[in-house]
Design a protein around this ligand. Structure first.
Ligand code: PLP
Length: 348
């Protein structure tokens, strides 16, 4: 058993060793010239999103805790990027993988999970995923990876080239090398937990701003401290915003939260293509909108400095939704006021 675990860890570490770090892009804001905005492009991981980091951490965590053995079937509740990335690592170490997901999940995502050898187990609706995954894992003597519980603890927050350490390393030669703020949204809350802990651990003078979409309880939890909050809606911004306060969401390491209208997220995502020449997902729109609102505040206060935010995944996954004008009209509404504001900020 130990030998198999050792070889599996070795395979994951070797894959990491063959990988390059993700880029930190710079975006100029003409209306706020003394604020330097950077975008950490997490879409360039082999499985296309920041969930590649999470999946790697979750596998190493489970392996080194003796939870995955040769032949253990991995089960995860995820309709999105996490399942795709976990399927990749399961295939790498040669264990079966089953994603529990709502039957409404886009065919393109199902195809990606199956591409990496994963299987799909469908449930009627998103709220049923967690219980169904727990039950399935018990029935087949498998292991429920449970991203929403373990995301915050699987990542080595002190360093080990986690996303925070990578950002500070890449900022080293910039004019404002210690960012005034890092802006990130929360899905599991794992990434913001790592960023916040690393900032505290290193004693950096950086504020962590977490942006939240509509239909999410994270913002209200941050304001009230109440972890029992729930709602019965689902977020329209894929990857972020939750109807309950997930375990991995760690408000104590967050300095400030901001609510971002879904129409602003989508407008920013669509507009971004003109600025960087590539398509991003909607949560990247949420992040950048938050960063730009902060830049406007800083500019008004005559402050100077840098802001770093994240591109979480690529827009190629959403051609039938956010990148379809008719879909946006029906599901999100009028985005023009936000597009106008973006154009104003970027008027040369
Ligand atoms: C998971 C995810 C996020 C949020 O990251 P967490 O670390 O889970 O909080 C943001 N955007 C996308 C596209 C995601 O898949």
């Amino acid at each position: 058993m130990k030998n198999w675990i050792k070889q599996s860890v070795q395979k994951i570490e070797a894959d990491y060793n063959r990988s390059a770090d993700t880029h930190l892009l710079k975006i100029d804001i003409p209306k706020a010239p003394s604020i330097h905005l950077y975008l950490k492009d997490e879409s360039t991981h082999p499985t296309g999103s920041l969930k590649h980091r999470l999946a790697r951490s979750l596998f190493l965590y489970a392996l080194c805790n003796g939870r995955i053995k040769e032949g253990t079937t991995i089960v995860e509740a995820s309709s999105g990027s996490t399942a795709v990335s976990e399927a990749y690592f399961a295939q790498m170490i040669g264990v079966p993988f089953i994603a529990v997901l709502p039957k409404s999940t886009a065919k393109s995502k199902i195809n990606k999970i199956e591409f990496y050898g994963g299987k799909c187990h469908f449930v009627d609706s998103a709220p049923k995923m967690h219980d169904a995954a727990t039950k399935l894992a018990a029935e087949i003597d498998g292991y429920f990876m449970d991203q929403f519980t373990y995301a915050e603890r699987a990542t080595d927050w002190r360093g080990n080239n986690n996303i925070a350490e990578s950002i500070y390393d890449q900022m080293e030669k910039e004019p404002y090398s210690i960012p005034s703020a890092i802006v990130m949204s929360a899905g599991t809350g794992g990434t913001s937990a790592t960023l916040g802990r690393y900032i505290l651990y290193r004693g950096f003078d950086t504020k962590l701003l977490v942006v939240d979409p509509e239909n999410s309880v994270f913002y209200d939890c941050f304001k009230s401290g109440d972890r029992s909050l729930t709602n019965n809606k689902s977020s329209r911004i894929e990857g972020i915003g939750r109807p309950k306060v997930e375990h991995s969401f760690q408000p104590n390491v967050i300095d400030r939260m901001m609510q971002v209208p879904d129409a602003a997220s989508v407008a920013t995502m669509l507009w971004l293509e003109k600025i960087i020449g590539r398509k991003a997902g909607a949560s990247t729109g949420t992040n950048i909108w938050g960063a730009l609102c902060l830049a406007e505040e800083m500019e008004a206060n005559k402050e100077q400095g840098s802001i770093v935010t994240l591109m979480c995944d690529s827009g190629e996954r959403y051609l039938d939704s956010y990148y379809d004008e008719q879909w946006v009209k029906e599901h999100i509404g009028d985005i023009q006021p936000y597009t106008d504001k973006l154009n104003y900020w970027f008027l040369k």
